[in-house]
Write a protein that binds this ligand. Structure first.
Ligand code: ATP
Ligand code: MG
Length: 299
């Protein structure tokens, strides 16, 4: 086991979040030696250990202080928090950031052949789900008197197998629901992956390391959303060119060797440049228009 001075981060070992988590840690500058079957990976350039576990275990590990940080779906976090709250053991965890991967919805669905249904249809019905706490809270909020059937997997086959009348399950494209002859209803929860921290964490060294990682995390997020735009723009049309550029940033203008009529225009934009805008820029006489991804940013 690692020593206690090292910051411990729990991530999903294998599944929908694991690749993005590993990529994020890499972008934060954490160098890991991830060997396939290892539970713990030690960072070689920072006092950080990464624990790779089932995603369902992540909230508990962070709440109990076994790990200092964790990356988990908000769906799993919310379910675990509600479960702890009900058993009177709240667990102290705070969300440090919502991440830009792992998006999904927790939605109700029922057999397609029943056609459209409203909330009153659920009265007296059995709903299968892996998220009994979140579903129960929703039913209570909406004043629906349905019973909850807890299933840990293959929820989408429950109606066909006669285990339930409807389901409440995670959806991203809806293809799984469609393949199982189910019709999608209300969304109960929208979820992304998020970074969580044990709220009781007091170790000054670990807190300082988190303070160092957070601006990097914001920088990675900002860089992903931003583009570096370059072009040769006609001096006579600069105002019109600038009016077409997205975002509020000021462009940099540079002299272009051997040209009196054109300048090189560079800018960082929080948005991409759409084909239509590029065509309008070209129509104004701009050329060599480049839109490039940005790897890192620090303001
Ligand atoms: P584990 O073995 O770690 O318990 P799992 O099978 O419970 O894995 P995955 O299917 O890998 O979990 O999903 C992990 C998380 O990815 C989900 O809890 C959710 O936050 C997110 N996610 C994103 N899109 C989807 C989707 N279409 N279906 C299910 N989960 C999704
Ligand atoms: Mg799981």
């Amino acid at each position: 086991m690692s020593n206690n001075n090292r910051l411990r981060i729990a991530i999903q070992k294998s599944g929908r979040l694991s690749k993005d988590c590993q990529e994020l840690l890499k972008q934060l500058g954490i160098k890991l030696n991830l060997r396939e079957q290892r539970l713990i990976a030690h960072a070689t350039n920072m006092p950080i250990d990464v624990l790779r576990v089932r995603d369902d275990d992540i909230p508990g590990l962070v709440m109990d202080g076994v790990c200092d940080l964790g990356i988990v779906g908000e769906n799993v976090l919310e379910e675990a928090q509600a479960e702890r709250a009900r058993s009177g053991n709240k667990g102290s965890v705070k969300k440090l950031a919502k991440l830009d991967f792992g998006y999904c919805r927790l939605a109700l669905a029922w057999p397609q052949e029943l056609g459209k249904q409203d909330k009153s249809w659920f009265s007296g019905k059995r709903i299968a789900t892996t998220y009994p706490e979140i579903l129960s809270k929703y039913l209570e909020r909406e004043d629906i008197d349905a019973s909850v059937v807890m299933l840990t997997g293959s929820v989408e086959v429950a109606p066909r197998a006669g285990l339930a009348d409807a389901i409440c399950d995670l959806v991203s494209t809806g293809a799984t629901l469609e393949a199982n002859g189910l019709m999608q209803g209300d969304t109960i929860l929208e979820s992304n992956a998020c970074l969580i921290q044990n709220e009781m964490l007091k170790d000054a060294g670990k807190l300082a390391l988190i303070d160092k990682l957070m601006p990097r995390l914001r920088g990675v997020k900002q860089a992903k959303e931003s583009k570096y735009i370059m072009m040769h723009a006609p001096k006579a049309k600069l105002d019109e060119v600038c009016a077409l550029l997205p975002g509020t940033g000021q462009p940099t203008l540079l002299a272009l060797a051997g040209s009196e009529e054109y300048v090189a225009l560079h800018m960082v934009s929080s948005e991409t440049l759409f084909w239509e805008t590029m065509e309008s820029l070209k129509a104004l006489g701009a050329n060599s228009i480049l839109v490039m991804p940005i790897e890192k940013m620090m303001e």
